[in-house]
Design a protein around this ligand. Structure first.
Ligand code: PFF
Length: 465
């Protein structure tokens, strides 16, 4: 059986943008910007996306395209059987993320429906409280999962590529329309000011915290660490510049986050609703509640939650594809059966998260971040110290002169700098969870020592340094 592949270059790019653009762009990024120095943060964030996010993304692309397989198969093909568990970590991360993501997807569907009927308009807090966990949440998550599975079942080119070619432009067009409409509301100036006013002072005094959070968001938003981007790159046929594609993906993803804020804050400020801290409360309670007081409230609500639904769906499709690719590539299972099997798995794990807010929070707030960080750390160390020259060769294949010139710096970034940063954040989350206070310098020293030890173990004759 010939392996699936993208039909067009834009198909791959839009599928990857679809994965990157997700709930994080809507309920996290805008508030993040507003709270951390507005336009000043935006500049720093862009820098982080280009210096941390894109290199990490390319690290995944390189393994995927060269390995030509699902995460486990790719690691096994490139590094030998001992590396299979590393692919397993990515697979696990994709399962963890989708298990809570599809619960949120279910909430979004309920709000989409609620926009038509007006069900949440009067009392959004009570509405959200009634649907967030329990059997209703299970049912909504199952519907969201079925739609996701339907697209994956249709295949890489005929399902994912076709769907994201419609969904991603749809997201952008709807968001631009909403942002233009929002700008016509009365008293919106405060919204733009809250969102984007330049505040270097805040950034200066809180630099370390803000930088760590910005770097984390730059990685989460680009969907790295779960093998999603690896799997998508494995469906690339011809050689073309991964660096150019990665940069386009990152820029489009940032534009969507930016646009989301240009809708959200004018609406909230126009109606005098406190912007809050982002997250589910901001989206499903404050913003949803604000829609009622606006003209054409149902249409606006439907368009807005339509955007969020498309964003969530195009990400969940990418996560669902990872275990499906594993079954298809490693076990020769037909795509239809693989989809059914993976669907059954998520039916169970997602229902758990839809029934228990404790499980949901554990997955969404802790396990997902840990798994994604460990996943990416493994990818990058593998790129730098096991593939080494081969990683650079893969990066260069199809690359233009500028991207080629950046090849060496890229390799240094992903082999040394990013692993230290990721180990630092990992240690800081773990000590935070354990309730142990360790000064940042101590964590940094431990991270440097840990990465040095890993390099000593991994380094092979073929490695690039
Ligand atoms: N990038 C998605 C978002 O910003 O919502 C989340 C995500 C999707 C993370 C897929 C990781 C992943 F593999």
């Amino acid at each position: 059986m010939t392996r699936a592949s993208w039909r067009t270059r834009i198909g791959f790019i839009l599928a990857a943008v679809g994965s990157a653009v997700g709930i994080g762009n809507v309920w996290r990024f805008p508030w993040f910007t507003a709270d951390n120095g507005g336009a000043a943060f935006l500049l720093l964030y862009l820098l982080f996306v280009l210096l941390i996010g894109v290199p990490g993304l390319l690290g995944e692309f390189v393994i995927g395209r060269r390995g030509g397989s699902d995460p486990i198969g790719a690691f096994s093909a490139l590094g030998g059987r001992n590396w299979r568990p590393m692919g397993g970590v990515a697979l696990l991360a994709s399962v963890v993320v989708l298990s809570f993501y599809s619960v949120v997807g279910g909430w979004i569907l309920r709000y989409l429906l609620g926009s038509v009927t007006g069900a949440y308009f009067d009392a959004p807090q009570q509405f959200f409280g009634a649907i967030d966990y329990g059997l209703g949440a299970v049912a909504a998550h199952v519907v969201f999962l079925l739609v996701t599975a339907g697209v994956v079942y249709a295949g890489v080119d005929r399902g994912i590529e076709v769907a994201t070619k419609i969904m991603v432009p749809g997201i952008v067009v709807l968001l631009v329309g909403l942002a233009v409409w929002a700008s016509t509301l009365p008293d919106v100036a405060g919204g733009y000011e809250f969102y984007l006013s330049l505040d270097w002072g805040y950034l200066q005094t809180n630099f370390v915290d803000v930088a760590a959070a910005a770097a984390g968001q730059a990685l989460f938003t680009l969907s790295v660490g779960a093998g999603v981007m690896l799997t998508y790159a494995s469906y690339l046929g011809e050689d073309r510049s991964l660096a150019a594609d990665g940069t386009i993906i990152a820029v489009l993803n940032t534009v969507v986050g930016l646009l989301a804020g240009l809708v959200i804050f004018p609406v909230l400020f126009s109606l005098g609703v406190p912007p809050g801290d982002g997250g589910p409360g901001a989206l499903f309670i404050s913003l949803a509640g604000a829609f009622e007081s606006l003209p054409y409230s149902r249409l606006i609500g439907f368009a807005f939650f339509g955007v969020v639904a498309l964003a969530a769906l195009s990400s969940s499709i990418s996560l669902f594809e990872v275990p499906v690719a594993y079954l298809v590539d490693e076990h020769d299972v037909a795509r239809s059966w693989a989809t059914a099997g993976v669907g059954a798995l998520f039916l169970v794990t997602g229902s758990g998260a839809a029934l228990s807010s404790d499980l949901f929070t554990l997955l969404a707030d802790n396990v997902a971040n840990l798994a994604l960080t460990v996943g990416l750390l493994g990818f990058l160390l593998f790129d730098g110290w096991v593939l080494g020259k081969a990683a650079l060769e893969e990066y260069e294949s199809g690359a233009g002169p500028l991207a080629r010139a950046l090849g060496r710096p890229w390799l240094v970034a992903i082999a040394v700098v990013l692993p230290i940063f990721l180990t630092f954040t990992l240690l800081s989350s773990l000590t935070g969870l354990a309730g142990i206070a360790v000064p940042a310098t101590g964590l940094l020293a431990a991270a440097v020592a840990g990465v040095a030890a890993a390099i000593a173990v991994l380094r092979r004759p073929g490695s690039a340094f």
